[in-house]
Design a protein around this ligand. Structure first.
Ligand SMILES: [Zn+2]
Ligand SMILES: [Zn+2]
Length: 573
């Protein structure tokens, strides 16, 4: 220790940061008395040390291990190893150093004179003695000092410049045992390794190396001395997070970009679910493990050497329905299927009576643009919000239409109405008369009008099934002669399609040859309408002579007399 006060300067004129707070800054808000960081310590160990001592002298000056805490335990300064230092509060109440053990004593040993230089520097002198700095911090901005009266006390603010400086040094300082504490910050010691727990302050501590520490997902990048107080130094391990990659196999869904992350990061943070037409996303899987929003990379990777893992999307197929309108055929049950199932797999074709052959399905609803049903549901709808498709049966009509009312090869008299029916009632057959398509009337009748020659009438349905009749149509019936039988007469069209004026004969006798008195006559009966004859060549009696007429007259008189006589007798009786 120097016998004199050799200088006068402030304890601290640096701004320091501690616990995220600025101290000793210009705004004078926060002050701290801290030996490790103070400007006085730097001045002593740089400017003063280099100026005041020769190279040889410096070789003799040891490094003294110093503790720098406040006596009341409010401030723990970092331990320092200094060539040049100033005494602590504990030093100046240490009787072993020749001081009075009471801080309050007006200890003559603690009274020191100032050099002329110190006076020039403005050291404050009272009672003939200056105050001089101790390195011991107090609370806040104050530092301990020895007053001009020789007692030691908490005194000046760190910025005071009128306090004297009394340098001290040790030539052979006693080696101090320093305890070492490690903060592995989540890491651990390598198996079988034991870290040193103390060292001599004048020796170099062999700190553990990267081989001695392990932390999954991190690379060791060295030690940081985070505190050195009360002969205990604390080293905190520094780690660099390893980079890992999660890649996503969306398994047919929309692509999901690779994700870079750290060992303990959640693999799905910020990852949007993929989508896949026809499927509901059911989460990610890694090997056989389901992956949740809380799953970390470290939960999945076997060890931290695994740099990349691939998650595979799980999908639940949505269910869709195909309905079948068989349009008169046997019913076909609804089919439930999935997006990638074939539309018609397992569908039994319907049958339909009445001359129909099933030839396939078409789309009834909704409106879709595909041209084949030999596809999957997804290919069919191409929009997974369409949950139902209705198909309709398509039938081939295998029977030809029927022309009703006309007989092939027949001759008709006058216009002929006819109808055409087809087993496929959903479509009207096309009717062609002599090469010209005709339409039916309101009642569904077609008419073959009279014309010369033959009619060729063709009815064709939509599957080209064809019916044909050939007929002749005359302008009217041809009733040229009476026809009759024994009792009736009538007129009949010579084409046999009509009978008119039918009635019973009205016979009258017709004389073929008049009778004479000498010869018989001949007569027959004849219908006055149709002139049909019967009883032909019937004989007519000869005419009577004059004598025969008189005889007949006398006989009739005689008969009358006899009748009169008989009546008379009856009256008398
Ligand atoms: Zn006729
Ligand atoms: Zn007649």
């Amino acid at each position: 220790m120097c016998d004199n006060i050799i200088d006068s300067q402030s304890y601290q004129n640096f701004v320091i940061r501690k616990d995220d707070k600025l101290y000793n800054s210009k705004d004078f808000t926060n002050y701290v008395s801290d030996w490790e960081t103070c400007s006085l310590r730097q001045w002593l160990n740089k400017t003063f040390y280099n100026t005041a001592f020769s190279r040889e002298e410096k070789m003799l000056i040891g490094t003294t291990f110093l503790e720098n805490n406040s006596p009341d335990g409010t401030w723990f300064g970092t331990d320092t190893g200094d060539k040049i230092f100033i005494l602590s509060f504990e030093d100046v109440i240490n009787s072993a150093y020749g001081f009075d053990s009471s801080k309050s004593e007006f200890d003559e040993a603690r009274k020191l004179k100032g050099t002329d230089y110190s006076k020039c520097q403005g050291v404050y002198i009272s009672q003939g003695y200056p105050h001089w700095w101790l390195r011991t911090p107090g609370d806040g901005k104050a530092v301990y000092l020895v007053s001009s009266y020789g007692w030691a006390a908490l005194g000046q603010g760190v910025y005071g410049t009128g306090v004297g400086v009394v340098p001290a040094l040790k030539l052979n300082p006693k080696a101090v045992d320093v305890s070492v504490v490690y903060d592995l910050d989540g890491g651990a010691w390598a198996e079988g390794y034991t870290a040193p727990t103390s060292y001599k302050a004048n020796e170099t501590l062999a700190l553990p190396t990267a081989e001695n520490v392990v932390r999954a997902g991190y690379t060791f990048s060295g030690w940081e001395q985070t505190s050195f107080v009360n002969k205990t130094v604390t080293y905190t391990a520094k780690w660099i997070s390893n980079g890992y990659t999660v890649s996503f196999d969306s398994n047919g869904g929309t692509a999901v970009a690779d994700k870079s992350l750290k060992w303990s990061d959640k693999v799905l943070d910020g990852v949007s679910d993929p989508t896949k037409a026809g499927y509901t996303f059911a989460g990610w899987k890694y090997a056989d493990s389901a992956v949740s929003s809380d799953t970390k990379f470290s939960d999945l990777a076997a060890d931290d050497k695994v740099s990349e893992i691939t998650l595979v999307a799980e999908w639940t197929a949505k269910t869709y329905t195909i309905k079948f309108d068989t349009r008169g055929g046997t019913p076909v049950a609804d089919k439930t299927l999935h997006w990638d199932d074939k539309v018609l797999d397992g569908v039994v074709p319907p049958t339909k009576e009445g001359g129909f052959e099933f030839i396939g399905w078409n789309i009834v609803s909704p409106k879709l643009s595909v041209t084949t049903l030999n596809c999957t549901y997804g290919e069919l709808v191409q929009d997974d919000s369409i949950d139902t498709v209705t198909l309709g049966a398509v039938w081939r009509d295998t029977e030809k239409p029927v022309i009703i009312g006309l007989e092939n090869g027949k001759i008709y008299c006058g216009p002929q109405k006819f109808k055409v029916t087809d087993n496929d009632t959903s479509r009207t057959a096309v009717v062609i008369i002599n090469g010209k398509s005709v339409e039916p009337d309101a009642d569904g009748y077609y008419t073959a009008e009279p014309a010369n020659g033959e009619f060729k009438i063709i009815a064709v349905d939509s599957f080209a099934n064809m019916a044909m009749v050939q007929i002749t149509v005359n302008a009217a019936h041809d009733y040229s002669d009476w026809k009759f039988d024994e009792n009736e007469h009538w007129k009949e069209c010579k084409y046999g399609d009509s009978v008119i004026e039918k009635g019973e004969h009205t016979f009258e006798w017709v004389t073929d040859k008049e009778a004479t008195e000498t010869e018989k006559g001949i007569a027959h009966e004849e219908c006055t309408v149709c002139h049909a004859k019967r009883n032909e060549n019937t004989e007519v009696q000869k005419l009577k002579t004059k004598w025969e007429k008189i005889r007949d007259w006398l006989i009739s008189i005689l008969v009358k007399i006899i009748k009169w006589f008989i009546d008379l007798i009856k009256d008398v009786c």
